[in-house]
Write a protein that binds this ligand. Structure first.
Ligand code: ADP
Length: 454
């Protein structure tokens, strides 16, 4: 309402870039599947399809108290998890916000110190007479797993950049830091956060087949038939299956030819700490969507199509728009769009926005979110269609992350899009559930299962 023809033309252009047809998505799904097969056959491909060494499922009947460390993109959590034997887990945890220094330099000492604080405050710190306390570690960065409790870091993602870690065993790095503190804690299992999410969903529900994160970054894990993992040279597990960490955020990073790159995406990629990497993740996850929107907003401002061409120091600064602002903007239904007005005027420090400015802001938030949710379905469909026989009976997909939990209509758009690519009877067997904070609970499960791996 009230937009000029020039404004309307710019919105139309954005819509044509960000609204993806099913046909377009179908082509991307096909390529995604091809990349999965490639990653199953050999190391070093775009989709890493990393064997996790997790070959068991929890039964849901196990009991006991286990500890875990969950190292995510924004936070570090130390957890104490008590399993009730009926699929339920009572979690006590403490959050530690990663300081800039930790993110860029002292990460493992920071983690060790946080574990110490957690145990000390609860009077749980093992004494010299006690055996080391076993702990599971969830680590949500790409690691080439070398056993259930070791793995080398492939690269940092999601804004972490600690020198001297790529190519080294992250469990060893942490174990050394724990040793420096004299803390008697032994890391007995290393899992990716998606693997943890899947395991925690599986403790609650034995039909869980897939775990996904849509948070700071995005990634997924699923149970694969070991005979389908051509590159696996290890012993065949008695269960016949193994969880694979797909590292799907890297999809299309090598040739940038399938995902719908816009100039706004390219600009983000170029200025990111990992250019030409994590292409899929950069269109889907929380760390990036605000920045894509910021690029679009500046593009409009610079053509004098928004805010009378005015910007601000804050709006000019990279990463100044948090994805949570898009979340609230996309569902602002107040008559004057007051939520958006607050963001523009208070957060971005630009005064006197017009109603049309706010409407355009809302459209940008919706377009960026809608594209993210539609593209999220690509990986889900490609993975579920990989083992179609599993869809003959009910299966559960456990999903965690702020994007899934909070972005308006993310769940609805994701599910609706998946339904367009999977036959109806099969689709009806899929149960998408929120596996909240599953990654940490999953690490505690692996600490519990660690003794039983073959
Ligand atoms: P992590 O992936 O680090 O474990 P989260 O799942 O909480 O943690 O994801 C954090 C990311 O989600 C951040 O990039 C943040 O910008 C984004 N985020 C936080 N709140 C919201 C929200 N309400 N809507 C959409 N994105 C959000």
């Amino acid at each position: 309402v009230g937009a000029t023809p020039e404004q309307q033309a710019a919105i139309d252009e954005l819509a044509s870039q960000f609204l993806l047809s099913d046909e377009r998505l179908g082509a991307i799904i096909k390529e995604f599947r091809r990349r999965m097969e490639e990653g199953l056959a050999a190391d070093g491909k775009v989709l890493k399809m990393i064997p996790s060494y997790v070959t068991r499922r929890p039964l849901g009947t196990e009991t006991g108290t286990y500890f875990a460390i969950d190292l995510g993109g924004t936070n570090l959590r130390v957890l104490k998890v008590t399993f009730d034997g009926k699929g339920g887990a009572a979690t006590e945890y403490q959050k530690f916000v990663l300081s800039e220094e930790a993110k860029n330099r002292t990460l493992f000492d920071f983690v060790a110190q946080s574990v110490d604080t957690f145990l000390e405050e609860r009077n749980l710190r093992p004494t010299g007479q006690q055996p080391p306390m076993p702990m599971g570690l969830t680590f949500s960065y790409p690691v080439l797993q070398t056993s259930i409790n070791s793995g080398t870091l492939v690269q940092w993602t999601k804004g972490l950049n600690v020198p001297g870690c790529v190519g080294r065993d992250v469990v060893r790095l942490l174990q050394d830091a724990l040793l420096r503190l004299g803390l008697r804690v032994k890391i007995v299992a290393l899992v990716n956060d998606t693997v943890g999410t899947l395991l925690s969903a599986a403790y609650r529900d034995p039909t869980a087949q897939m775990g996904i994160i849509f948070g700071t970054g995005t990634n997924a894990a699923y149970y694969e038939d070991v005979t389908s993992i051509a590159k696996w040279k290890g012993p065949s597990p008695s269960s016949g299956e193994m969880v694979l960490n797909m590292e799907w955020g890297a999809f299309d990073s090598d040739d940038f030819s399938y995902l719908p790159f816009t100039p706004h995406d390219i600009k983000l990629d170029r200025k990111s700490i990992n250019p030409r990497k994590q292409a899929y993740e950069k269109m889907i996850s929380g760390l990036y969507l605000g920045e894509i929107a910021r690029n679009i907003i500046l593009w409009l401002v610079d053509q004098r199509l928004l805010l009378e061409g005015r910007s601000s120091e804050i709006l000019n600064a990279m990463w100044s728009i948090d994805t949570s602002y898009l979340s609230s903007g996309a569902v602002d239904t107040s008559p004057d769009l007051t939520e958006i007005q607050q963001v523009i005027e208070k957060t971005l420090n630009i005064n006197n926005s017009t109603f049309v400015d706010r409407q355009i802001f809302k459209v940008v938030a919706i377009l960026v979110g809608e594209r993210a949710a539609r593209l999220s379905a690509v990986g889900v469909v490609a993975t579920l269609n990989k083992r179609p026989h599993l869809l003959n009976s009910p299966i559960t997909v456990g999903i965690d992350g702020s994007m899934y939990e909070h972005y308006p209509y993310f769940h609805e758009i994701l599910v609706e899009t998946v339904s367009h690519f999977i036959p109806r009877e099969s689709f009806e067997n899929i149960n998408f559930t929120l596996a909240k904070d599953g990654s940490g609970v999953g690490a505690a499960i692996t600490a519990m299962l660690a003794a039983t791996y073959d």
